[in-house]
Design a protein around this ligand. Structure first.
Ligand code: UDX
Length: 464
């Protein structure tokens, strides 16, 4: 397959990449780069100084830094801060990206096939097209999430998303225009924040429609109807080629050092005995929720591996691991281990892991699906509530924890997921079945495998 990304005269075609500078976006972009590199394409990665990838991990790629080192503001309003930061990346990178891309084209114009950019980077995709480079949009979230993006103006107009209306409605009320979402499965906001979200989301839909195609990290058996709906609603081809981490693991694009010692710790545990707990790279929780989480885990009596990322707990010093409640270590000695950051894909694939407590970021959700383990879902913001809805209600491979976090509820949910017999048996059976269907999609002539071939042919056919 090594020669597919080459022209008839034997030149390697070059694919340029530009990701949003967050872990949950960087990982799938590097996984896609790895996939296309294995198909014979040369790879150039444009990136901001903020959260710059480690070029030494990818000696076969070229890296082009683009001046932007602004960090997101420190605030509990994760939605507003993240939206403002994404818009700032677009604004601040426009001029330096134009300069860097023009310089690259002077040297290598013949080779460049396209730019693959995160769908949230509309301004940079416009720059590329202005310089004659075709663009493909990469969506790192689910197809359901993008369908929700496309319905966003209607949902706003009907008042589902404004917080004062959402709070006065029953949170469990079904959004009849967009099942299976309920009011609680969509982020609500007020005033200026809702306006910012609307701007961000309409820009992503514009970016996809203006591109030469949408690459999306999902697979047909997982989101059949949602993908069909996207194909009906979009004028560009859609390439569902996920789960991307199965093609090409993400360890090398981790922004934090992964503590691999926890794999040795898992080696000493029995099959499917350990609860793995991680809330991803951006989600945060209150100090009170940390206490309930800790005692829920401790009281479940199960072995556990818990990722306590510095910065996870609001108000705690961001550079240190959050402090656990007094007595927690004594209570759980010999039964659990806590790390700052784990090699998550390897942890989930480890036979000792029997369940995953997750915030339902899309990468974590897909990684959990592919590990075939049931998931306890505690979504925090953005697409995570919708992802939890699919786990809990559509695929029925996990349980969602809503409302106030309380140790008794946590303990009961862990016991259901991991206990012998009862509803846990059915959850685990469906999780294994979904994992099997993911493997089928990825196997030779499965839907994702065929879509990778189509994507490669599409890239080779692109002309400015
Ligand atoms: C963000 C948003 O929070 C999420 O809603 C959106 O879907 C993607 O962007 P993030 O919080 O980073 O995502 O979560 P997620 O999408 O799950 O990505 C986290 C990545 O970090 C995963 O690939 C996971 O394997 C990796 N990870 C996580 C580690 O390598 N080690 C860890 O200890 C925890």
């Amino acid at each position: 397959m090594g020669s597919v990304g080459q022209t008839a005269t034997g030149h390697r075609r070059r694919v340029l990449f530009f990701s949003l500078p967050y872990q949950g976006h960087i990982n799938p972009m590097f996984q896609l780069a790895g996939l296309l590199h294995a198909r014979g394409f040369a790879v150039t990665v444009f990136h901001t100084h903020f959260n710059a990838p480690d070029a030494s991990q990818h000696p076969a790629y070229d890296f082009v830094p683009v001046q932007f080192d602004g960090t997101p503001a420190d605030s509990a309003d994760t939605v507003r801060v993240t939206v403002e930061h994404v818009l700032a990346v677009n604004r601040a990178c426009e001029a330096p990206f134009r300069e860097r891309l023009a310089a690259l084209l002077e040297e290598e114009e013949e080779e460049v096939a396209c730019l693959v950019a995160d769908a949230h980077l509309l301004t940079l995709m416009d720059v590329a097209r202005g310089l004659g480079v075709p663009t493909l949009a990469l969506r790192t979230g689910s197809a359901a999430c993008f369908r929700w993006f496309m319905a966003f103006p209607m949902l706003c107009d009907k008042g589902y998303l404004s917080s004062h209306v959402a709070e006065s409605q029953e949170p469990d009320m079904l959004v009849t225009e967009l099942p299976p979402y309920r009011v609680r499965d969509m982020p609500s906001a007020s005033g200026a924040t809702l306006g910012l979200m609307r701007d961000l989301i309409s820009r992503a839909v514009t970016a996809v429609n203006a591109s030469s195609g949408l690459i999306i990290n999902t697979f047909d058996a997982l989101e059949t109807d949602e993908l069909a709906s996207l194909r009906r609603g979009l004028a560009v081809p859609v390439f569902d080629i996920g789960p991307l981490h199965v093609h090409s693991p993400a360890a090398s694009s981790s922004l934090l050092r992964q503590d691999r010692g926890c794999l040795d710790w898992l080696d000493a545990r029995g099959p499917a005995s350990v609860l793995y707990v991680s809330f991803g790279s951006l989600a945060s929780m209150s100090a009170a929720d940390l206490v309930e989480t800790a005692w829920g885990i401790a009281n479940s009596g199960r072995p556990f591996l818990w990722v306590l990322r510095p910065g996870l707990v609001r108000g705690a010093p961001p550079s240190q691991p959050p402090p656990l409640p007094d007595g927690f270590h004594a209570e759980t000695r010999g039964r659990g281990t806590v790390v700052s950051w784990a090699p998550q894909e390897e942890v989930l694939a480890h036979p000792a892991v029997g369940a995953f407590w997750t915030h339902c970021g899309w990468n974590s959700t897909l990684e959990g699906v592919c590990a075939g383990v049931p998931m306890l879902c505690r979504p925090c913001f953005g697409d995570q509530m919708g992802n939890a809805r699919y786990v809990d209600h559509v695929w029925r491979t996990g349980l969602a924890l809503h409302g106030e976090l309380e140790r008794g509820k946590v303990e009961a949910a862990i016991s259901t997921m991991m206990g012998a017999g009862g509803p846990g048996t059915a959850l685990r059976g469906r999780a294994r079945e979904l994992c099997r269907r993911a493997a089928e999609c990825m196997a030779k002539a499965g839907s994702s495998d065929l879509n990778v071939d189509k994507l490669v042919n599409h890239i080779m056919s692109l002309t400015a």
